[in-house]
Design a protein around this ligand. Structure first.
Ligand SMILES: Nc1ncnc2c1ncn2[C@@H]1O[C@H](COP(=O)(O)OP(=O)(O)OP(=O)(O)O)[C@@H](O)[C@H]1O
Ligand SMILES: N[C@@H](CCO)C(=O)O
Length: 304
């Protein structure tokens, strides 16, 4: 492929952890950020942002999308070109829906495409994981679908996880932010053997539940002892939404990524009732929220 002057990349939102899969599993959702890069022959970096909360995104060299773009050029030992960047935000910022992963993947994919696909998809993925620090958002953001990532020495083994067509992700996005660094800051550095065994068993059950749509398995599987017990205090209304979602027929509810978005899994018959119940529960707490059922994105980052 040849070097090009303009590239547009779309990257899906992602929901990481899914309860017991802390830092190793995530799924791409049909909700997107769009990033357009244009090479400039002269002038300086310009970044324009549109969409909800656009004013909260940095428009200088500290912008995460631009940092990922630069990281690519550092890796191939070249000077980055001057660019104009146009960002259309569809993924809410710092809500546990992988906004930072969209920026990291978007910047790396855009640079790679501008340079004629110099790097393989695996190389781009490894750079993205190194930048984010964990794989569970950037891997599905890049590849689409529901993915499990496991290290094998310095390399990564990525597994595509089957997701039964009847399982609907219902996401409840509150109007407040929670940064991933704050949500990681409340986690213990060591866990008990009992908790490690609990999560190992529940993650195994989750994978089979997602594959088969077995509601009884999912109900048990969506439990976690590694991160949610520590994080739920950062999310007002967590217990009320959990009760509301399950009472309305959800299999269970978890924190999406590092939160504060909450994710319920339900079958198609119950997803609408679950949406209504979660919205009402947050309203009762005095919190404005957006609640919607989404489907899985299966394509990941796309460039054109
Ligand atoms: N489109 C974007 N362009 C540039 N920077 C972005 C963009 N989206 C997110 N960021 C950066 O990422 C930060 C949010 O990252 P953070 O890891 O806290 O949340 P998140 O990725 O939305 O949540 P999670 O990792 O739990 O899914 C923003 O404050 C901003 O600095
Ligand atoms: N696995 C990560 C996802 C958010 O980046 C966490 O829960 O902190």
């Amino acid at each position: 492929m040849s070097v090009v002057s303009t590239i547009t990349v779309t990257v899906p939102a992602t929901t990481a952890n899914l309860g017991p899969g802390f830092d190793c599993i995530g799924a791409a959702l049909k909700l997107y950020n769009e990033f357009k890069f244009t090479r400039l022959e002269e002038g300086k970096l310009t970044i324009n942002v549109t969409g909800a909360e656009a004013e909260r995104v940095q428009t200088d060299e500290s912008n995460l999308l631009y940092q990922a773009f630069v990281k690519f050029y550092q890796y191939i030992k070249q000077t980055p070109p001057t660019v104009k960047i146009e960002i259309k935000l569809g993924v809410p910022l710092a809500r546990g829906l992988g906004s930072s992963a969209t920026a990291i993947v978007g910047g790396l994919v855009a640079a790679n495409q501008l340079e004629g696909a110099t790097l393989s998809q695996s190389q781009v993925m490894e750079l993205a994981i190194a930048m984010e620090g964990h794989p569970d958002n950037v891997v599905p953001a890049l590849l689409g679908g529901c993915r499990l990532a496991a290290t094998s020495g310095a390399a990564w083994e990525i597994c595509d996880l089957p997701w039964h067509q009847d399982i609907v992700p219902v996401i409840a996005i509150p109007n407040f932010e929670l940064s991933t660094s704050e949500a990681r800051g409340v986690l213990p550095t060591e866990v008990s053997r009992a908790d490690a065994i609990f999560n190992t068993a529940h993650l195994g059950l989750l994978l089979r539940g997602l594959e088969t749509g077995n509601g009884q398995w999912l109900k048990t599987a969506l439990q976690d002892k590694l991160h949610q017990p520590y994080r739920k205090a950062l999310i007002p209304g967590y217990d009320a939404l959990n009760i509301a979602a399950v009472s309305a027929g959800a299999y269970g509810m978890v924190i999406s990524g590092a939160g504060p978005t909450l994710l319920a899994l339900a079958d198609k018959l119950h997803s609408e009732a679950v949406e209504t119940a979660m919205l009402a529960a947050w309203q009762e707490e005095g919190i404005t929220a957006e609640v919607r059922s989404l489907s899985l994105d299966t394509q990941g980052a796309k460039s054109f």
